[in-house]
Design a protein around this ligand. Sequence first.
Ligand code: SF4
Length: 189
Amino acid sequence: MEQVGVDPAWIARHPHEFSGGQRQRISIARGLILDPDFIVADEPVSALDVSIQAQILNLLMDLREKHDLTYLFITHDLSVVHHISSRVAVLYLGTLCELASANDLFTEPRHPYTRALLSAIPKVGEKKAKHIKLKGEVPTPVNLPSGCVFHNRCVFARDRCKKEFPRLNELPNGSFVSCHGVEEGWDMA
Ligand code: SF4
């Protein structure tokens, strides 16, 4: 309880007597009590206020150092991803688009979907938004598009994209990208 910042004097309290942040700390303690090497954290801060999010993220990072942990951190919040991750996998409709170090992914995203996601983050001082607007709607995951699952939304899609599922190729910097355009060096500026 002390390691996750919960007062041991509260041990007899009931769940409804704790705040959302305290409950999240208790969930983390329940995971740690098994002495794991690896923890899957699925949207662990998405239901919390921003100020509490920062506290929980810092706690998770401290515990990672202290217990030599590895997290698989699942989230839709890119600022959280940037803050906590060393390696990032971007998924679209359950398909791996790009896998890269956090630094490479945020400085030089390669997959069109990753680029669109990052372009949607507002930047302080940017006068004109440079958002990459995706076309169409997200398809249903029970009836995935042919070829590249992103082709009906990608502004760079060509015929090959509709027919052939792109392989996950390793790039010279050690990143992996699943895109015909990246593989063939199409002009995607
Ligand atoms: S394979 Fe084609 S449709 Fe898919 S992301 Fe690359 S360019 Fe776009």
